[in-house]
Design a protein around this ligand. Sequence first.
Ligand SMILES: Cc1cc2nc3c(=O)[nH]c(=O)nc-3n(C[C@H](O)[C@H](O)[C@H](O)COP(=O)(O)OP(=O)(O)OC[C@H]3O[C@@H](n4cnc5c(N)ncnc54)[C@H](O)[C@@H]3O)c2cc1C
Length: 338
Amino acid sequence: MIRSEISLKNTLALTSSADHVAAVDSVADAQDAIEFGRRNDAELRCLGEGSNVVLMPRVSGLICRVTQADITLVNTDAESVTVSVGAGKNWHELVQETLAQNWYGLENLALIPGSVGAAPVQNIGAYGVEVAERLVSVDVVRGDGSVHKMSAADCEFGYRDSIFKRRVADGSQPLLILAITLRLSKRPVVNLSYRDLGKALGLSETKTSVLPSPQQVAEAVISIRRAKLPDPGEHPNVGSFFKNPVVDEGAAARLGELGATPYAFNGGFKVSAAQLIDLAGWKGVRRGDVGCWPQQPLVLINYGQATAQNVLDFANDIQRSVSDTFQVELEPEPSVLS
Ligand SMILES: Cc1cc2nc3c(=O)[nH]c(=O)nc-3n(C[C@H](O)[C@H](O)[C@H](O)COP(=O)(O)OP(=O)(O)OC[C@H]3O[C@@H](n4cnc5c(N)ncnc54)[C@H](O)[C@@H]3O)c2cc1C
């Protein structure tokens, strides 16, 4: 169904409306939406639950929201289970429902806001795990209405990056994600590579202890996230506003001298964007209705009636300040839809 002049929900609580919005529950709905876009000269965009976007007051074109949210068993063997999940499913509900079935692998990604369809877009990740590790394929509808199954390799996943995200950034016709296929483990092997997670579970590096169950890992992740991150329902935000920069060895040494603590990552060095923002003096800074969350400066908050432009201006000032202080360019994580 296609409706016009619709206001768009988003976790930054920005006031925004779209020319047209299509609810897409099937391939046929997607094809109808594409045909509508072609006839009305309306550019196609995709939107999930609005937890990783900055929406300008007016979003032109046709917004497609996938509503299909079924979990379908594709295959099962002694070790694993393969499931296809509709893009409209809420991500955290999927994590909880798979854990309840004793299907493992998503526990570190518990409580990430948003929809299943958006998960591959920025290759969601948390506590040492990225969705790419579990992803088998993505079902997409292209701009010409054709349907394709893209393999994980086709998605060109990187750190908070994929072919889908790059297409949004460069203004290409989006690939509408209808469903994703995941392979989950039947064996309760847990990933405790993230140090704070081990600590939260009471594990020490020197003592061998009984490993926690995936359910316990999910509970620990949920409680760390609740303690660390502002609830968008109370303090509207889109989570991390910037990616953690990846730098070379020379820059890492220089940043070390300036008080930052880069760590080895993929042959280079990653540095915490939150740390750079904090060292540049932005922690807790508020201007009008936009500010950095005092406990986590990487999160920008709409304290009331902030506009998208207020948020982008504030983010720009942070980028400039970090660039002047550290010669490091911060890259925003959310996409801007206008
Ligand atoms: C408090 C908080 C904490 C967060 N923590 C994390 C975290 O730990 N790790 C992390 O990775 N992210 C995190 N995020 C960001 C966000 O939760 C994820 O990026 C999530 O996947 C966005 O889902 P969404 O449905 O809200 O997508 P939206 O914000 O609606 O859209 C995001 C992007 O995906 C595209 N898109 C959406 N649906 C589709 C589709 N069906 N087909 C094609 N493109 C589509 C949109 O065009 C847009 O470019 C956090 C956000 C908040 C508010």
